[in-house]
Design a binder for this molecule. Structure first.
Ligand SMILES: [Fe+2]
Ligand SMILES: [Fe+2]
Length: 330
């Protein structure tokens, strides 16, 4: 049987449990939080006072903080790209019979994720600290451009990507929450905490899918993990560009901002990799082909190697000025 057919079989095998995955890792619409729970109530009489208070507190937050928050928001807002990418993965079918079990998972995951961009976007709009039109143009560019996350349509590689990426967004939203709190913005802190909680739940789900694949197809799963770590996980925000730019270094600049304030650093990347290795008990997986054994050795040594490289990284002290956030207004 070809590798592709085996992957399809594995996906069909796991699909039998999709309902229980949805039940365990996702939350029904009526029970989950919504963006309005954390925003000034526009139907309420106190709306303008609440907005005024939100804007006053927002004045305390520094430049790199805003750049990071905008970058995080745009990353969330590119959700149409992620949904359409995942719907194309082998074993996931949204067309036949109204969609298979996996497409149900993707739809409900998307429904949860969609709240993240909504909430952050509305907060940024109300804060009065950022140039919304520039942010909107960057978002539209990111969606228009699309991006290649390097997984192809392979479910194994895609689940490694999502396991990693959900944990990375957890780290980043959680740090923003801590920082907002430090600056006295408890409401923004709460918003980011709620989002971070979702990301962690999603991470648990995707990494559970990988655990199960390791149980039935260990060698191929190991090779897929190695493949993704070798080429490095490219964050969706990697393809950011500001308005009027064709090719952009916006991601490097955004990522410098995030590193400077410690929201998401090269050490976090290594940390996440190590967490995945530990979670999937890579050292204990048996019944591997020679090639997969080599991949395992490579993976076990990789965090140590990458940690040495990340120690040498130097982040510029002075940041790029983005069109999204005008310093004069801060
Ligand atoms: Fe998200
Ligand atoms: Fe997410």
């Amino acid at each position: 049987m070809s590798i592709k057919n085996i992957r399809l079989e594995v996906m069909q095998f796991l699909e039998k449990n999709v309902d229980s995955f949805v039940e365990q890792y996702l939350i029904p619409v009526e029970k989950i939080w919504q963006p309005s729970d954390f925003l000034p109530n526009s139907e309420g009489e106190n709306f303008f006072e609440e907005v005024k208070e939100l804007r006053e507190i927002a004045k305390e937050l520094p430049y790199d903080f805003w750049v990071t928050l905008v970058g995080d928001t745009i990353t969330e807002e590119a959700l149409p790209t992620y949904e359409s990418w995942l719907m194309d993965v082998e074993g996931i079918d949204q067309i036949e019979n109204g969609g298979n079990g996996w497409s149900k998972w993707i739809r409900q995951w998307t429904g949860e994720e969609n709240r993240h961009g909504d909430l952050l976007n509305k907060y940024l709009y109300l804060s009065g600290r950022v140039n919304m039109r520039e942010i909107e143009m960057t978002t539209q560019h990111l969606i228009n451009d699309g991006f290649d996350i390097g997984t192809g349509t392979d479910p194994y590689k895609n689940f490694v990507y999502t396991s990693f990426q959900e944990l990375a967004t957890y780290v980043s939203h959680n740090r923003v929450a801590q920082m907002a709190k430090k600056f006295g913005d408890n409401k923004l802190s709460k918003m980011c905490k709620m989002i971070a909680g979702d990301e962690m739940r999603h991470h648990h789900a995707y990494s559970e899918f990988v655990t199960r694949i390791f149980q039935v197809d260990p060698s191929e799963m190991m090779l897929a993990f190695q493949y993704m770590m070798k080429q490095k996980i490219v964050m969706p925000a990697h393809f950011l560009r500001e308005s009027g730019q064709k090719i952009s270094s916006a991601f490097e600049q955004f990522s410098d901002s995030a590193q400077r304030i410690g929201v998401y650093t090269a050490n976090d990347y290594v940390d996440i990799m190590q967490k995945l290795i530990t979670k999937w008990e890579i050292d204990k997986i048996s019944n591997l082909t020679d090639e997969a054994e080599k991949a395992r050795d490579y993976l076990m040594k990789l965090p140590g190697r990458m940690a040495k490289i990340s120690e040498r990284l130097v982040i510029p002290a002075e940041g790029h000025i983005f069109k999204w956030v005008e310093p004069a207004r801060l």
